[in-house]
Design a binder for this molecule. Structure first.
Ligand SMILES: O=C(O)C1=C[C@@H](OP(=O)(O)O)[C@@H](O)[C@H](O)C1
Ligand SMILES: C=C(OP(=O)(O)O)C(=O)O
Length: 437
């Protein structure tokens, strides 16, 4: 049996003051790697995230014959050299981006590509994109992990209708590879509202940077995306810091009445993490973005919030932790699809906050959170990186919170505990923590 240790979440003895530089965005890194692998020449990805999810993407692409090399000994600067793609084996771990973005790439390879992943990944929604690929002329054996894509060196492509209400990644996955399909792709969505639209915008924006022609739905028109067949130009990518991973650090300022700054905050971005600025402002924090430095100063008392997180579901664990520590009730809505994330995040958040004395109820599409005085106890992470960081936020102001399997944060932020501890030790707001900017 594997022994997974408990991590005593450090309590902030005084308001937190630090400047924290975050590594690259998971979502941008994994899209850049796919687009570079499909491009018509080599390209460089600078500021790439190196974490479990990013490394699974790198290993998966390498297994298909794509060259990916570190430049000048820097793990975060990657030279990607497209090559003739062949069969192989892909481990998806628990990464949604790997299990949904790589099967369409594998269909372009020449040979069988066997996909598998963590036990827990087997229950994540996947059949929709595999079924869509079948409709586009790809042979796939299986409807979930493990499955095998019978790569034939090309994909006919064409038109397909899917229900993407379970995950935006079904749409992104199809669009990312479609320029290399014979007829490109037209994806119609038919079902409940598609979550995480900013992530589809990210896909479209990055595709357009490679010269690929993408048509997006007009306001009020049916949800249809079209990617025209054609070359994917090699682009040298510079990856923005991961703004979703910045949110626990900014939350630390909010719950301790301190000040945390994050450098290199983009002026405009498709990352959903940018929405934390509005959320923290609504909860009473002071938020300023000046010269690419985002600074959050916590209020004396944090207010509850009523917020629709449908577009930015990734932020839910951070917002739920903030809400549990606020001084009035909160309602988080629009996030039924979180039941198919790394774990059922609605069930996990309510179970763990309630186990510490909280009063959280699940609603059909979210959470209702009544603040209560919390006490220590074990905080289970369910192999979910954002559950672990939510436990750390609560532990800042609640004694004796033991986070189970904090190492799961390596999915997108290896070394989280060290960064967190360094933030707490920082003597003043200008103290720089994290990757050099
Ligand atoms: O495309 C992406 O990079 C992502 C899309 C979102 O997935 P869902 O639409 O399944 O929520 C998000 O939650 C995930 O963390 C990353
Ligand atoms: C939902 C998430 O990840 P994934 O890319 O595995 O879907 C997440 O990071 O919050």
């Amino acid at each position: 049996m594997v022994h997974v240790s408990l991590w005593r979440a450090p309590v902030a003895e005084s308001p937190v003051h630090a400047t924290v530089t975050l590594p690259g965005s998971k979502s941008i890194t994994n899209r850049a790697l796919i687009l570079a692998a499909l491009a018509d020449g080599p390209s460089t990805v600078t500021g790439a995230l190196r974490s479990r999810d990013a490394d699974l993407m790198i290993d998966g692409l390498r297994a298909l014959g794509v060259g990916i090399d570190e430049v000048d000994g820097s793990a975060t600067t990657l030279r990607v050299t497209p090559g003739a793609m062949h069969g192989g084996a892909v481990d998806c771990g628990l990464a949604g981006t790997v299990m949904r973005f790589l099967p369409p790439v594998a269909a372009l390879a020449d040979g069988e590509v066997a996909f598998d992943g963590d036990e827990q990944a087997r229950t994540r929604p996947l059949a929709t994109i595999l079924e869509a690929l079948r409709g586009l002329g790809v042979t796939i054996d299986g409807d979930g992990l493990p499955f095998t894509v019978d790569g034939r060196g090309g994909v006919p492509g064409g038109e397909v209708t899917i229900d993407a209400s379970g995950s935006s990644q079904f749409v992104s996955g199809l669009l990312l590879s479609a320029a290399r399909f014979g007829r490109g792709v037209t994806v119609h969505h038919d079902g409940g509202s598609v979550p995480s639209m900013p992530h589809i915008d990210m896909t479209v924006e990055m595709l357009r940077r490679t010269g690929v022609r993408v048509h997006t739905p007009e306001a009020g028109q049916p949800a249809t995306w079209r990617v025209e067949p054609g070359p994917v130009s090699a682009v040298d990518w510079i990856v923005e810091p991961d703004l979703s991973n910045a949110t626990p650090f900014l939350a630390a300022a909010a719950v301790t009445g301190g000040t945390v700054s994050v450098p290199l905050w983009p002026a405009t971005t498709t990352q959903p993490g940018d929405a934390i600025r509005g959320i923290l402002t609504d909860m009473g924090a002071t938020v300023a973005l000046e010269d690419s430095l985002l600074t959050v100063t916590g209020p004396a008392r944090l207010r509850g919030i009523d917020v629709d997180l449908h577009d930015i579901g990734e932020l839910t664990p951070t917002v739920a932790a903030l809400a549990a520590l606020a001084d009035s009730p909160s309602t988080l809505r629009g996030i039924a699809h979180l039941r198919g994330h790394e774990t059922d995040r609605l069930a996990a958040l309510s179970a763990e906050i309630n186990a510490l004395g909280g009063a959280v109820t699940e609603t059909p599409d979210g959470l209702r959170i009544e603040p209560r005085p919390l006490h220590g106890g074990t905080w289970h992470s369910y192999a979910d990186h954002r559950m672990a960081t939510a436990g750390a936020i609560i532990g800042l102001v609640t004694a004796d919170v033991d986070v189970h399997d904090v190492g799961t944060t390596a999915k997108t932020l290896p070394g989280f505990e060290k960064l967190w501890a360094a933030m707490l030790m920082a003597p003043h707001p200008d103290t720089q923590i994290g990757a050099p900017s």
